[in-house]
Design a protein around this ligand. Structure first.
Ligand code: SF4
Ligand code: SF4
Length: 123
């Protein structure tokens, strides 16, 4: 007596959807493989910076300005020599505030990578 289905035919009825779903999963995986952003590289350690004043651009050279000195959060990091602000690199933390607030048409503050370590806080 025959039921009309061979065992192979019966198996293939179930096997096809499984195979199809496997291909679908691979296709989905491949689709995402191209678009998934690569894992972000570890953040590079911030480069220690130090400010320097470009006297030729400083407004204090010909008139008066002390904005950077007033806004510098680090006591002793700036002083003035003949009304021109000067950075004390051993104390400057490289925060960049002085550069942000400088109103000179050509910003008189340059931020450069530090070559020497700042003095330790309690030194
Ligand atoms: S970078 Fe920061 S700490 Fe250094 S002089 Fe400018 S405001 Fe002061
Ligand atoms: S804020 Fe700029 S222009 Fe003013 S004193 Fe400082 S460096 Fe000079």
């Amino acid at each position: 007596m025959s039921s009309g289905f061979s065992r192979r035919g019966l198996f293939s009825l179930f096997a096809r959807p499984l195979k199809a779903s496997g291909e679908t999963a691979r296709a989905v995986g491949n689709a995402f493989a191209g678009t998934t952003p690569a894992e972000a590289p570890p953040a590079a350690p911030p480069v220690p910076m130090v400010a320097i004043i470009q006297g030729r651009h400083c407004l204090a050279l010909e008139s008066y300005c002390s904005v950077c000195i007033e806004r510098c959060p680090e006591p002793g990091a700036m002083n003035t020599v003949q009304m021109i602000p000067m950075i004390v690199p051993e104390i400057c933390t490289g925060c960049g505030i002085c550069q942000q607030v400088c109103p000179a048409p050509e910003n008189a503050v340059l931020m450069l990578p530090r070559r020497t370590s700042p003095a330790p806080p309690d030194a």
